[in-house]
Design a protein around this ligand. Structure first.
Ligand code: TA6
Length: 279
């Protein structure tokens, strides 16, 4: 596949190839392992939007910790525990199907090795369309190419970089959420959304915009095609049990995930786009 002038291929012996984007608007980096965006840095403020663990693997041995993991065709744990959490495409080698420089930035479309896998019986085609411009637009496009409908879930599981989670607030969420830290009980979104402990919440609301507010800056996150917004920080104890997290890593990350968690039914021939745009 011919890459556009703003895109180069970074190869190194022990790591999975990455695409490096350098255009008039931003720098970005995408690992072909999982079609996984690992960096987005607009040139307007030179501030990295995404968080990436200092201990993540980039060699294809394990899902990348940080950036934007692609969760598909299920979110979280499968009912059958033998299947991997968050689906099977984030641990596949993806390839570029389209790459073009436009007046608004660089458009790259990638596809996984296969959409077929144990734990999912749908016949689907999956594409990830990334537009690197002044904003980062991420579209996960699912098409039902079979003759019968199927149900799936998905998430753009984005890890955002924050100065200090203890001085970070979230705005734009309301209503009920499933609290995964409290045996999936239903709770109500707080007026003032701050962080002081492990947080793992599935907000049952298609919030169009959620904003991460750090004293020095804010990150607007726009979503489309979702039925939920997931908010996660592993905090101290959970991090200690993760081989690809440093002890202090939790202080500088917040996951705000544009997600489908309530079983999306796709009819034969139907196409659905799950979209997250990062400002
Ligand atoms: O989106 C939050 C979550 O489902 C948490 O429960 C936690 O498992 C996190 O995803 C990370 O999952 P991973 O499989 O990448 O370690």
């Amino acid at each position: 596949m011919q890459l556009s002038p703003s895109v180069s291929l970074e190869s190194s012996p022990s790591l999975v190839d990455c695409l490096e984007v350098n255009n008039a608007f931003a720098f970005a980096k995408i690992s072909l392992f999982g079609g996984h965006i690992i960096s987005f840095c607009p040139k307007s403020d030179q501030r990295e939007r995404l968080w990436l663990s200092d201990k993540t693997r980039l060699d294809g041995s394990k899902a990348i910790r940080g950036g934007v993991p692609i969760c598909w065709p299920w979110f979280g744990h499968h009912v059958d525990s033998q299947f991997p959490a968050h689906g099977y495409v984030r641990e596949q080698l993806w390839h570029v199907t389209r790459c073009e420089d436009t007046g608004a930035g660089t458009e790259i479309t990638l596809a996984p090795e296969t959409c077929v896998g144990d734990g999912f019986d749908g016949l689907a085609a999956l594409r990830l369309k990334i537009i690197v411009g002044q904003q980062l637009k991420i579209e996960l496009i699912t098409e039902n190419i079979g003759n019968s409908s199927f149900s799936y879930n998905a998430a753009l599981h984005s890890y955002f970089s924050v100065d200090d989670i203890q001085r970070t607030r979230l705005s734009g969420l309301s209503g009920k959420y499933i609290d995964k830290v409290a045996q999936r009980t239903i709770a109500t979104t707080p007026e003032t959304y701050i962080f002081s402990t492990e947080t793992d919440r599935i907000h049952l609301v298609a919030a169009p915009q959620v904003t991460i507010e750090v004293p020095a800056y804010s990150i607007p996150i726009y979503s489309e095609g979702h039925d939920s917004v997931v908010v996660w920080n592993p905090w101290i104890e959970k991090s200690a049990g993760m081989s690809d997290m440093t002890k202090q890593g939790y202080l500088n990350l917040l996951c705000v995930e544009t997600a489908i968690t309530q079983d999306k039914i796709l009819a034969a021939g139907e196409v659905h786009r799950l979209v997250q745009t990062i400002g």
